[in-house]
Design a protein around this ligand. Structure first.
Ligand SMILES: [Zn+2]
Length: 568
């Protein structure tokens, strides 16, 4: 179904105008919702929660690291005032032993968001529901997912084929409701991670029992504290490097070398830094790279703008500056791939906001492994953009549905954990020693120690997003919906409060599509295991297959057919 049909091109003039009007209203209330999310926290904000500051003895907070004590206010004598500053609350929940204190802070900080935020969210969701109905859908989720990878039976079948043993031979004989339940990828993923999450919860519970001697279950205000204790113990037991120690192997110079080696091994291409023309750059630190082919010359440009600065967004983003398209020599009969000489050279900007810049020489800056992951993720989007090759720019690169275009980016994250890749560039900045497989594996093991619970949290958020944009109106509040999901999926006791909404800008930007991260990770993991990981070599043969059958197609075919053709 085309984008135009989904968005009501077939409707009457009056209905089309109503749809446009509703979209404008959604944009306005959505922006107001985002503004509330980003508004600086104040003690006297118009919060839904009236309980605020309290006084406690300074000694009770002795384990709080210095970076958090700056948020404490002086009280009388040896007392300090703890208000509901979210940074201070994060520190107390992670580092303070006293469970009563953690509980108080949890309720003060997790049960207060502004009334305007809830109002705008409710208005946005309600207007989205009206839009869906004007466009002929029952719910907003149904409308927006109809253009996504997950929507069609072909896609559902593809997903099923790679995720579970097919025991249904004839789909048409199964009631529709049962198909929806069986084919729901989030539910599928949820079942798979539930066992892992349960065993992690048992670990937290036995640690808590030994410490508190009460036999109480693990509460929401216990998770950060006990998971941090267990993680620290595991770092010691495994002799794992800290994030700072690991960063000593990831100078920017090394990381760029690593990216260059990856594109060479996969595609036989070269990544080369080139001079910026006068006035071309928007900041002196921006690096310009050309992706070069021996046969075709320049294939694309990637500008890298990596460091944080005032008023710059903190997330990693791949901005498309120019897409590729055929400029001449169209041949619609043969459907051949355009030659670079007839093609507009695509340009992208890979923008991050890392805080570890070396002021003398940016190439000597040491990146944390999570920064490396962000860079490779965005680099995956960049490669999708510059390596797609079609006649029309509207069908090139990352123009496809979000649950499809996140596959190449999440695929690239796997390269940052694989020692056969890392050993080619991860050398210590002073000793030159190569990162050992033991170090990276121990680091990953400690990082993943609560992977089940963390995945269940993402699953809960994805389900919340779908429920919120499902049947409208929902008689439960956002907090009630999320609490039920978390207690069911994570089995951690206690209400979550409304404050999880304050970090959930996806509700506006990806309304009902938060699942896409999980689905993309799931799909990219399959590709990684079948092509490059699990003892497979990273070589030209598989790289070319990935380039010709996946990246090169851009969004010129349905995501389902690209994925089917590539993975077949
Ligand atoms: Zn992405």
């Amino acid at each position: 179904m085309s984008e135009s049909e989904i968005n009501g091109i077939h409707l009457s003039e009056t209905q089309r105008r109503a749809a446009i009007d509703l979209k404008c209203q959604i944009a306005a209330t959505g922006s107001a919702f985002i503004q509330e999310l980003n508004s600086p926290w104040t003690q006297t904000n118009n919060s839904t929660n009236q309980s605020q500051a309290f006084v406690t003895n300074r000694q009770a907070l002795a384990s709080l690291p210095r970076e958090y004590t700056q948020y404490l206010q002086r009280g009388r004598g040896d007392n300090v005032i703890v208000d509901s500053n979210p940074n201070l609350a994060d520190g107390i929940l992670k580092y303070v032993e006293d469970p009563t204190l953690r509980k108080t802070v949890y309720f003060n900080s997790r049960h207060g968001v502004s009334k305007e935020l809830l109002f705008n969210l409710e208005k946005m969701v309600g207007t989205r529901d009206q839009l869906a109905k004007v466009l002929g859908y029952n719910t907003y989720s149904e409308y927006t997912l109809s253009s996504k990878l997950i929507e069609t039976p072909e896609k559902a079948m593809t997903f099923l084929k790679v995720t579970m043993i097919i025991f249904i031979n004839n789909i048409s004989s199964i009631p529709k409701i049962l198909i929806i339940i069986l084919y729901n990828p989030i539910q599928q993923l949820s079942n798979e991670t539930r066992d892992l999450s349960d065993s992690e919860l048992n670990m937290l519970y036995s640690f808590k029992c030994k410490t508190e001697l009460t036999g109480d279950p693990v509460f929401q205000w216990d998770y950060e504290y006990y998971s941090n204790l267990i993680r620290n113990k595991s770092v010691q037991d495994l002799n794992a490097p800290t994030s700072a120690e690991l960063s000593e192997y990831f100078s920017l110079e090394n990381v760029l070398e690593g990216m260059s080696r990856v594109v060479h091994q996969l595609f036989g291409l070269k990544l080369k830094q080139i001079e910026m023309r006068p006035g071309e750059s928007w900041n002196k630190d921006v690096i310009k790279l050309a992706l070069l082919s021996r046969d075709e010359g320049i294939i694309g440009y990637i500008y890298m703008d990596l460091w944080q600065r005032p008023n710059k967004a903190s997330l990693g983003v791949n901005y498309v500056m120019e897409l590729g398209y055929r400029k001449r020599n169209f041949n619609l009969v043969t459907g051949d791939v355009p030659m670079m000489e007839d093609y507009n050279v695509p340009k992208v900007a890979l923008v991050c906001s890392f805080g570890s810049k070396n002021q003398t020489n940016q190439f000597r800056s040491l990146l944390h492994h999570c920064d490396l992951e962000v860079m490779f993720h965005e680099f995956g989007h960049s490669l999708h953009t510059v390596l797609s090759r079609g006649d029309f720019q509207h069908l090139c690169g990352t123009r496809g549905p979000v649950d499809f275009v996140e596959i190449p980016s999440t695929l690239m994250e796997h390269f940052t954990w694989d020692h056969k890749i890392l050993r080619q560039f991860a050398n210590h900045y002073s000793s030159g020693r190569t990162l050992s497989s033991e170090m990276i594996n121990a680091y990953k093991e400690t990082k993943d120690i609560f992977k089940g619970i963390e995945t269940q949290k993402l699953i809960s958020l994805a389900m919340f997003d779908l429920i919120l944009h499902g049947k409208h109106p929902n008689i439960k509040t956002p907090s009630e919906i999320m609490s039920i999901l978390q207690q069911k999926n994570l089995k951690i006791a206690g209400d979550v409060g409304d404050s999880f909404l304050s970090g959930f800008s996806h509700l506006y930007f990806y309304g009902s599509s938060y699942y896409c991260y999980l689905l993309s990770k799931y799909n990219s993991e399959k590709i990684w295991k079948n092509f490059f990981g699990n003892g497979h070599k990273v070589n030209r043969e598989k790289g070319e297959q990935y380039r010709r059958k996946f990246l090169q197609k851009g969004s010129s075919q349905t995501p389902q057919s690209i994925l089917n053709h590539f993975t077949a």
